[in-house]
Write a new protein. Sequence first.
Lengths: 345, 331
Amino acid sequence: MHANTPDPAEQLDPVPLLDVKDLTVDLLSRGGDGGSVHRVVHGVSFTLHKEETVALIGESGSGKSISAMAVMGLLPATTARVGGSARHQGTDLLTLPPDQLRARRGKRIAMIFQDALSALNPTFSVGFQIAETIRAHEKVGRREARARAVDLMARVRIPDPASRYRDYPHQFSGGMRQRIMIAMAVALRPDVLIADEPTTALDVTVQAQIMELLAELREETGSALLLITHDLGLAAGTADRIAIMYAGRILEQAPFEELYDRPAHPYTRGLLAAVPRLDGDLDDLTPIPGSPPGPGALPSGCPFHPRCTDSRDRCATQPPMLLPVLPNPPARLVACHYPLEVSGA
Amino acid sequence: MPDDPLLLEVRGLVKHFKAGGLPMGGRRRDPVKAVDGVDLTLSRGSTLGLVGESGCGKSTLARLLMALDRPTSGTVLVEGRNLLALPSAELRRRRRDIQLVMQDPYTSLDPRMTALEIVREPLDIHRDLMPKRERATRARELLEMVGLDPGHAHRHPHQFSGGQRQRLGIARALALRPKILVCDEPVSALDVSVQAQVINLLKELQREFGLSYVFIAHDLAVVRHVADEVAVMYLGRIVEHGDRDTVYSRPAHPYTRALLSAVPDPDPHRRGATGRIVLQGDPPSPSRPPAGCAFHTRCWKSQEICADQRPLPSEPLSVGRRQVSCHFPEN
């Protein structure tokens, strides 16, 4: 079918760089009673296009980090079962043999972790660790790998990179360590970068530096960025599209401005009202009653219904699907039986 | 009440920590100047927000306020009395007036105690406050006061959510009817949807019981919602202090400006609207703070004098009672 009017979906590159469909993660635990299985990710789907920044936002335990780990094949097979598909340029990462996955991971799809101190090896110098990343994927000599590592350290603005090459992770500040992690991640110019709470352990002034650097590098390398965060403000500053996660599901997905101006899901509206601001209303904040459910105690139907002010009978029994919101499909999706009015432009 | 002593007054407070022993073959290391000359006051029923990044000395200051640590020099006066100069029995009694709410509700509650025992424990320690038979009733009242179901009194901490645990911590801190609560990052371990519940609870309790808070946090947006006055700390010193609205709408110290501009704003229409200041470099080590103004190494306005002379706090402004320690303040 060839329509003349441009479909909003067609404006994006038709084949996404990363296409995650119906991702599920079950965690197995071995207890005294023969063990139990908890589903922590319930059919998550999202896409990431070339040069795009998408933010997965959610509170702790919402399944955002574990979804990213599942896509990267970083969950231990003994305790986690992953279902669905995660196609990176057409190749399903979830069914790829381990050696092929390893070749792709780090080179074409790379990850930045929250806690650089525990993600870096304390017994090797940072420079060596960057050079090792390069040598693991490309046939280059030590000397060349070293030169490239020093270049990368300069690019992430480590002062005096040549002499700091030999320093160990503990000799760097938190912000500088995160820069080293970023240098390792972009070393092989991956086309997909996954940043899992890259600034959560850092102070605000340092956070601003790191986010600026990430945005710059993303632009320079033309890669796509999947930003995982709990901070709406951080996402607002960088993301083109946002997916809001709750209890292992995506509840709403939209371009950020639309989501901010006209949230379609009551949870999104609640989140926006609960965030303390630097400007605006100083009256009491409007919290969401209750707290997020644990993986072992998921409510029936819509996972948000016990905390939702708009919930009705159907919400308790029937889980809503993630469906397009009129009038702007398919960029806007919401999983709610009674979404909020969004048409008033 | 001009003769009434201030509820809390801090004068020239300094706390230096000796750094370790002698490392192998090394020189004696410099002491860590965690708190380096702090003056503060807190009036009844109001909230002082203390803002700063990690390592600026805000938690050390909290410990000094609570008389849990002895300052290197300077004094902390609670209603005109220096707690650390009191005989120990008297100190014990006076400690009731000032209580602490800790950051992490996961590690600050004894996992083997029930909610009721946790809240009741302070009453069992300060035995003269009420007879034994009344304590359990009072503990249940406290649970209800912070919005917990008294029916859950026999649950253990792990059976509560993070927000509920923080409520427990608050109930425990309130058990002795303190006048001052020192809250050290009370909401930073909580999710946004729950954070607002705890902030609102603290504000309600303040309105109801006329409590005064020292609210320590790194999150400027959170502090704006609770504080009447704000003090901004950098490397053990207060660089700016004043009424909330003055500090937030017309920050005078370059560091305050940079901090405010670095807070991510969820409003996408303001993306890039506020002149964002991205500071270069990291905060220097508190064991070797720069000479002169501690901020001059990262400051875009710094000149020669900043590296030589430590700026003194300005005379408080009549409007907004603002004091700033900067050679080239703004606004």
